[in-house]
Every structure is written in C-alpha cells, then in structure tokens.
Design a protein around this ligand. Structure first.
Ligand code: FAD
Length: 484
C-alpha cells in the first residue's frame, strides 16, 4: 500500500512567470520564508489566445529559464499545460496547500489568475500574489476624482512622483530549501519546445547576454559608461546611450525597483547630470504608464483608444507589408531599423517611431500589422509597451502623437544618423554611398551610384512609395475623418 503523504504546511509552490530572478523577488522571498518550495514554470499557450509568446520571446525565455534553473540548482519543474490543472494536480497529489506568485498585469493573465485563485481557495489552498514588476500598481495612482489618468505627464509627475515611494529592493534568499515532488512527473525545459527550428535563433541570441547576472551587469555598465548624455544621446541609434534593459525588464531578470533606486540614488548624490537621470527615470515612467493603460483599457492591443479612428480606411497592400517587414522599402533608414529588428530581436526607440510612422502614415497599413510583427520579432515584446507604442504612433492612443506628425525618413536619417554608421551597418549594399545620398539614393547621379556599386531596383530597391504623395494622401484621409 502507498504511504499516505501528510499535508505539509511548510511546503509551497512558487509559480515562476515574468520574474526570472532571485534578487528583489517578493513572491520567492515569501515562499522561502514559509518553508521548502517547489519552483515551477508553466508555458501557457492555452489561455494566452492571440497573445501567445512570439518567436523572439520564446528564444529569450528558453535561455533565461536555463540560467534560472542553474540558480535553482536544477530543481525547476517545467510544464506545458493549463496552469489551473497543473497547480491543482500538484497540490492534490503532493498535499501542498500554499501557492506563491508575482502578478502579471496582462488582461488575459488577470482573468486566468482570478479564476485560479477562486478555485484553489475553494479547495482550501492558499494563494499569495505580489507586485514584482511595477513601481506603482495601477490602482495606487489615480486622479483626485478617483478616475485613471489618460495623459502621461500628469500621471507621472503629479501621480507617480507624489505616490508612495517604490519598494526598496530586497536581497535574494540566502538559502532555499527544495521539496522534491513524489508523485507528479514534470518535464525538462526541452518539452516546452521554445526554440524555433530555423537558424534565426542562433543569430539573435548571440547579440545578447541573458539572465539575472547579465541584467545586473548591463545596469552597472550603463550607469558607468552610458548614462551620462542619456537625454540627448538616447535619440541617436548609433550612440551607446540607451540601456538595452528592456528584455531583462520584461522577463523580470531585474526588477524596476532595483533600477529606479540605483538611478535615484545617483540623482541624490548629484553624481550624474540631473537631466540625464531625470529623463531616464521618466522613461521608466513610460513603461509604468503603458502597463497602467493596459490595466484600465484592456482592449488596448486591439481597439483604438480614440474611437474616431475606427472608421479609418486602411490600405491592405500585402506587398508593401512584405517590403516593410523585410527591410526592402527603398528608404534606407526604414530598412536599417527593420533589419536591426530581424538580426538582433531589438530596435532602437527612435527607429521604432520612424518605421512605425512609415507603416501607418506612408503605407497606410493598419497599426495592428506593425504591432503583430514587433510582437513576433522583439526579444522585449511586451503587451503593454508594444500596444501603447503602436497606438501612440498611429495617433489613436490616449496620449498620442498627433496624426499630422509624420516622420520624414530622409530628414530623420540625416538628423539622427548623421554619419550614416547605423544605416551602413544594416544595409551594406549601399554602404559606399556618400552621406549626401545615403538616405535618398534615388537622388544620386548615375556616376555616384556606379562608383558606389549600386544598381537601384536591382542591388537595392527603388522607393516603394513617393514620400510626398503618400504623406499628402495620409493627411487628407485623416482630415476626412475630422480628426483633430
Ligand atoms: P532605455 O532608453 O534605456 O529606457 C529604459 C527603460 O525604460 C526601457 O528598458 C523600457 O523598459 C522603458 N522605456 C523606455 N522608453 C519607453 C517607451 N516609449 N514606452 C515604454 N517603456 C519605455 N518597449 C518594450 O519594452 N517592449 C515593447 O514591445 C515595445 N514596443 C514598442 C513599440 C513601438 C511602436 C514603440 C514606439 C515603442 C515600443 N517600446 C517597447 C518602447 C521603447 O521603444 C523600448 O522600451 C526601448 O526602445 C527599449 O530600449 P532600452 O531598454 O535601451 O530603453
């Protein structure tokens, strides 16, 4: 006869989600304080619906989980199933009655977690959730009348900066006790099938150091060498003034609190230029604002926040979309951005704005197309920041770029890549062009094209749309909707 397992009050499940770290991890800390833990990761392709992880996210996740598993002394259990079923089975079979997790604020996760909580609680299983990924939870920052902010500056300056100070980071647990599952069989990381079969994975991951240690190092390097000059430098894709912390933040390899307090302390010590630290902290504020918007407007990924955009007649040109995705539009700064994305899984923020504006306002393609492509290709793909970013670009968001703000790909190139180094890196076939024609090769005289080894239309495409005509078309289409 099988031995009856006694209900063990000192054992709990620690459910890992977007918190792939040990340092400053409130759910892990609480679970470890309670006693031994069973750390589990569940790939949930069932409840995520149309927000299943994209390809680049899966690659990052695979490598990050591998690292985390080592930090957990290879005690991590992996499942590829419905979390409610997995957690219920573990609790019932192993007689465990406590579960700990850090909250994720994506609408489908909130819905799923609510249901899990209710059902587990009914079975007498205690659930404990924590904030491990935001500086301020959405309900902590509201206007005086109790309604949510819709505009960034008052949200951040009046709301966040006057709210309770973000939690001071806590240490990683000194010692973790593990409980070995007796009855339930988990699988290894390979069972999650996270890596695609094509070669792309090897290419993008080489560009990154993944995991908690790497995230801490990235922050330290950024502070030591790149933060000075951030306010101006963050606009130039060839300058090393941005942190590239976004995928680490998305996956919770580092907490926003760790970053916030390190940078705020520098501000108090007046070590760095105030404008650089203040701008950097306000960019962290944009991350918060995106999550805030997604929380209060759960349709953000699919529906225009400004309803008047619902009647907009988007084009549906699949050849344009293909050219945009492949970095073959004939506009070098656009193509450089799109190729950066494809080859690194990342795109500089300035480029996200330029290529986004081009897709929506010159090609007149729906912002959903851009949002979907970014979702699949970005290693930092984040439902809140991606949806809010695209709504901002399209002009239909809460606090968005006005519709008549259409980025000119030639002047943007000249201004933000003045030496052309960024563009040449991603479009080698036009690298011999002199700066004067780098962003508008079609204006180059034949002899210049010949000397630069370029046959327009053969070695590099001619522009797929005329920038002036397409701009005018966009303006008149927007104007017809009486958007102001
Ligand atoms: P830094 O300049 O070093 O900023 C530090 C941190 O602040 C970033 O890591 C990020 O967490 C946050 N941040 C900075 N700018 C923004 C912003 N505009 N909105 C929200 N948070 C910001 N960011 C994502 O993390 N995931 C996405 O899927 C995403 N999609 C985007 C789509 C579009 C169309 C646009 C315009 C922006 C998008 N962003 C997204 C925001 C921004 O481009 C990236 O966060 C930033 O480029 C990441 O690089 P970094 O870490 O070097 O940023």
């Amino acid at each position: 006869m099988e031995k009856e397992i006694k209900l063990d009050k000192n054992v709990s499940i620690y459910w890992i989600r977007q918190d792939l770290r040990l340092y400053d991890n409130p759910a892990l800390k609480a679970a470890v304080n309670n006693g031994a833990i069973v750390p589990i990761y569940i790939l949930d392709d069932i409840n995520s619906g149309e927000h299943k992880l994209g390809s680049a996210s899966r690659i990052w996740l695979y490598h990050s989980l591998e690292k985390l598993n080592k930090q957990f002394k290879n005690k991590l259990h992996f499942f590829n199933a419905d979390p409610l079923q997995v957690i219920s089975e573990i609790c019932e079979s192993e007689k465990i009655n406590k579960v700990y997790w850090n909250r994720v604020y994506e609408p489908w996760c909130i819905q799923r977690d609510k249901k899990i909580k209710e059902i587990l609680n009914l079975k007498g299983i205690e659930t404990n959730s924590f904030n491990g990924s935001l500086l301020w939870e959405p309900w902590e920052v509201l206007k005086n009348d109790g309604t949510p902010y819709r505009v960034f500056t008052p949200y951040y300056r009046r709301g966040c900066l006057n709210a309770v100070e973000p939690r001071i980071p806590t240490k990683a647990p000194q010692k973790i006790q593990y409980y070995d599952l007796q009855k339930i069989k988990s699988s290894d990381i390979e069972s999650l099938n996270l890596l695609p079969t094509h070669n792309w994975k090897n290419k993008i991951i080489k560009k990154w150091n993944v995991g908690e240690k790497a995230a801490e190092q990235r922050l330290e390097e950024f502070i030591s060498f790149e933060l000075n000059g951030y306010k101006e430098g963050r606009n130039f894709p060839n300058k090393k003034n941005v942190s590239r912390l976004s995928p680490h933040l998305h996956w919770g390899e580092i907490s926003p609190n760790t970053i916030w307090h390190k940078i705020s302390n520098l501000q108090h010590l007046e070590i760095n230029n105030f404008e650089d630290t203040d701008t950097f902290l306000s960019e962290m504020g944009w991350r918060e604002f995106s999550h805030y918007l997604l929380f209060y407007f759960p349709d953000l990924p699919r529906k225009n926040l400004q309803k008047k955009f619902d009647n907009f007649s988007w084009d549906n040109n699949s050849l344009f979309l293909k050219a945009w995705k492949s970095g073959l539009t004939g506009y070098p700064i656009i193509d450089a951005g799109m190729r950066e994305l494809w080859s690194t899984g990342y795109m500089h923020n300035r480029l996200r704005m330029i290529v986004g504006s081009f897709l929506v306002k010159n090609l007149l393609l729906h912002w959903h197309e851009g949002e979907k492509w970014f979702w699949d290709c970005l290693v930092d793909a984040d439902l809140a920041s991606n949806s809010a970013g695209w709504q901002w670009i399209a002009g239909c968001g809460a606090d968005a770029a006005p519709y008549f703000r259409i980025f000119n790909p030639i002047t943007q190139g000249l201004r933000f890549d003045p030496n052309g180094d960024y563009t040449r890196r991603y479009i080698p076939e036009i690298s011999m062009l002199p700066n004067k024609f780098l962003f508008n090769p079609w204006d180059a005289p034949n002899e210049v094209l010949k000397e630069s080894n370029i046959k327009l239309g053969e070695t590099y495409p001619k522009p797929i749309v005329d920038i002036k005509i397409s701009r005018a078309k966009a303006l008149s289409t927007f104007a017809k909707l009486k958007i102001s």
